[in-house]
Design a protein around this ligand. Structure first.
Ligand code: NAP
Length: 307
């Protein structure tokens, strides 16, 4: 079987970039791989692990590549696109894996030269770990990958190539608009992370009151929150700064619902609490029935249903 892509370039060799390199190699999704990272230590480590050819500059990395995937925090993708633009070959596809899409589209698209196709993407797969040693080849297996071609995009062949690439890595591809992506992910992933960061901070601040017992008795729910809250600070700073509108909208709705629960507790309204919790239990059941339960995935992101 021929590979969907001949030469792959990966910019940013962290959890996601190194996982793509490993998966692409295992599944023969490309013939050759070249990688670049802003950190010399990360480049050296990626070379030791044998992820592919390592370039010393971003331009050397993308030169001759058919598919370039930006795997850095979203806040630097615009400047990387500007730096690599002169070295891109005609007909190449530029994509990314950023967790927000409108801001990436706005930052990257203006730098993409005529004859090169930019199709943003987001694999719905991850862990709370970072760096080239955290990656693994099976990360994308059985997971969604959302791609967001611009409305005026006319090169269907590039969309097909990118789709085949992610399918070769074991993912199921869904095409979406950038604004829909950002709203859906705001509630399924970004808000849950914000809540985790906040609850861990609040509990830590309470330590002086509870005399160390938060840590001592951090079973079940709270321990899971601490795992999510251990996610990369730079990545998540950039997610919130770049998906501000959708996150603030979802946070507003969340706060209203929370206030209703607060009121029910204050007034001893057991009926309302019970009916709210019944509804939540029903939602959980429908997620399981749809085959979307991923107990190992705390990122609010489900596997595609096998149904
Ligand atoms: P990561 O493990 O921290 O890796 C990012 C790498 O990019 C780091 O090695 C970083 O180097 C490098 N980098 C930063 N600025 C750079 C620049 N200007 N030029 C070249 N390299 C640069 O992060 P990750 O978890 O793989 O996340 C990467 C992207 O995937 C993010 O956009 C994130 O939104 C998206 N994503 C993440 C997940 C997840 O669960 N982690 C899931 C889906 C999508 P330094 O460390 O030296 O800065």
């Amino acid at each position: 079987m021929t590979s969907p892509v001949s030469r792959l370039a990966i910019i940013g060799i962290g959890l996601i970039g190194s996982s793509i390199a490993r998966a692409a190699k295992d599944h023969s999704a490309c013939e050759t791989i070249c990688l670049y990272d802003g950190s010399a230590d990360v480049r050296a480590r990626a070379g030791e692990i044998g992820l592919g050819e390592i370039a010393d500059t971003v331009t050397a990395c993308v030169k001759d590549a058919d598919l370039i995937i930006l795997c850095t925090p979203v806040g630097v993708m615009g400047e990387i696109a500007e730096a690599m633009a002169p070295a891109l070959k005609s007909g190449a596809i530029v994509s990314d894996v950023g967790s927000v899409k409108s801001a990436v589209q706005e930052a990257v698209a203006p730098h993409i030269p005529e004859g090169v196709h930019f199709i943003a993407g987001h694999p719905i797969a991850g862990t709370e770990k970072s760096g080239p040693d955290a990656g693994f080849a099976s990360l994308f297996e059985g997971r969604w990958c959302i791609i967001t071609p611009p409305d005026e995009h006319e090169d269907e062949a590039s969309v097909q190539t990118l789709t085949k690439f992610w399918e070769a890595l074991g993912s199921t591809v869904e095409v979406m608009s950038v604004s829909r992506h950002d709203r859906v992910l705001a509630i399924t992933s970004h808000l849950p992370h914000l809540i985790a960061f906040n609850i861990v901070g609040t509990a830590h601040d309470l330590e002086s009151v509870t005399e160390g017992e938060v840590v001592k008795f951090s079973a079940g729910g709270f321990r899971d929150f601490t795992r999510i809250a251990a996610s990369d600070p730079v990545m998540w700073r950039d997610v919130f700064l770049n998906n501000k509108e959708a996150v603030l909208e979802m946070l507003g709705r969340f706060n209203e619902d929370l206030s209703a629960l607060q009121r029910a507790i204050r007034w001893g309204d057991g009926e309302q609490l019970r009916s709210f919790f019944d509804r939540s239990r029903g939602i959980r059941k429908s997620i399981i029935d749809a085959g979307q339960d991923t107990a190992d995935d705390d990122f609010g992101r489900g596997k595609p249903s096998s149904k």
